[in-house]
Design a protein around this ligand. Sequence first.
Ligand code: SF4
Ligand code: SF4
Length: 182
Amino acid sequence: MTVKELIEKVFFIEIIKGLALTLKQLFSPGVTRQYPKEKREPFPGSRALHALVRDAETGKEKCVGCGLCAAMCPSRCIYIYTSENEDHKKVVDRYEIDVLRCIFCAFCVEACPYGAVALTHHFEYSDYSRDAFYYTKERLLENWDKYMAGPKGKEYFEKFWGPNSEDFGLPMVSQTEDKKNL
Ligand code: SF4
Ligand code: SF4
């Protein structure tokens, strides 16, 4: 044992250091947020309540009823019912999600070839009945209108699901070098 170590042991230096740190923390501002009075913006790409994307041109759902999302869903909580119209085109009659069974893995979003289903940032949707968490096509489209319509939805698909190198916030020098290397 060195002299320094001996002195530290005799005078309980490490314990004093620990106590000083605790004392410092007692007088520093708290980090706990008093939810729901204090809220913060959800992080980009947060996975919360589902939405069906509404096509801005037709005003209808973008979903074509291919069923890929339902096939990928590990919770088996997506139910799709389709039929054929007079032009022999597939029509999505019902698109439903039992949100209480969902594990928010976003496999449905990843699987969809049309960018027709999304997970919004909206996580405050507690309720008193199970029925409230069974989302029909109409309710899912309403979610899109409420939480994702406009630039938010565009950013969600472009920046989060198909990000470019600049979306990762690389320093300007690296971006220039990246372009040179292309
Ligand atoms: S987020 Fe996952 S569990 Fe929820 S509906 Fe989509 S695929 Fe299913
Ligand atoms: S949401 Fe996408 S993957 Fe699911 S049925 Fe519609 S088009 Fe197919």
